[in-house]
Design a protein around this ligand. Sequence first.
Ligand code: AOS
Ligand code: ZN
Ligand code: ZN
Length: 387
Amino acid sequence: MTRFTDVAGQLTEQAIELPSWAFGNSGTRFKVFGSAGTARDPFEKIADAAQVHKYTGLAPTVALHIPWDKVENFEDLRKHAEDVGVALGTINSNTFQDDEYKLGALTHTDASVRQRAIDHHFECIDVMNATGSRDLKIWLAEGSNYPGQGDLRGRQDRLAESLATIYERIGENQRLVLEYKFFEPAFYHTDVPDWGTSYAQVSALGPNAMVCLDTGHHAPGTNIEFIVMQLLRLGRLGSFDFNSRFYADDDLIVGAADPFQLFRILFEVVRGGGYGNPDVAFMLDQCHNIEQKIPGQIRSVLNVQEMTARALLVDREALGQAQEQGDVLSANQIFMDAFYTDVRADLAAWRESRGLPADPMKAYLESGYQNKIETERVGGTQAGWGA
Ligand code: AOS
Ligand code: ZN
Ligand code: ZN
């Protein structure tokens, strides 16, 4: 039997990157609800993200999105992040909101459009050099809506060529991370729809190119932990975009829809050597449409921490023996015992022992920060999705 005290030490290794866009107003294609106190610029988004880290100790870095988080001087933003106790992390590119990209960006048939998209990624790499970021994360909204609309093979070839040009520009200690998504915004075909395509594309680039797995980007019923296992086995799991979904790419609070799936994923991360491994970045990719943003992110990182603790509790020695003996029911029981272990009280005590509040959510809500931003940030504008 593995006990909490046996795994507590490993919990200090957890670091979860927050997305800057979670702190701006967001919504659906039907409506963006504004909320009081929402960050109005990248500086305020980072200040808000720092609150999550302050109360949980779990979120030391913030991912940026270009151009949403474009500022005059990224050195200033980097300094500001340090001042509030966090660092800047992954840089996300954006080739999905310009008219020129209606029919594709890195895959477009017109070389000048492809070059425009490549130049945007070069700009992102310049930002990375100023912010000290390691990862360039590319999610492509490219595909087609109707059979015959595009040449599937030609698009894949152009994608390979464009990615190679971008890859050439990244530094020795930087990485290109390619995210896949099975549909949306295109509905017939997507150019990077699955882990296999992402894997094929990044493998052709070189060792510093990795796959990003967004937990909301699979068809219903997909065994995501199997993909986690395979990518770790192949040495290409670069990062996670954690969120949860009931239907499609819902971008809800991680662990909200299916805590057991989160547990199974985290078990494979631990099993495959991806936990406490800097090569595998844990990030959130969420939008808070109707709930408050800072508490929403606090809830998410705590959910990840809780399921990580439970995944670490799986008695792997006993599990291995049961598996070898073909003892189906015992193996399953060992696995489920860990999942059903309530670690909340242990985690609260563990936090206190490290000078953190036992209940980070309560501590934030009582801190007065929310009132302060609601009073000070009058006339906030929308940031991020739908901007
Ligand atoms: C889009 O569906 C993806 O999940 C991306 O990770 C995207 O970059 C992110 O949602 C912010 O644009
Ligand atoms: Zn994502
Ligand atoms: Zn997504």
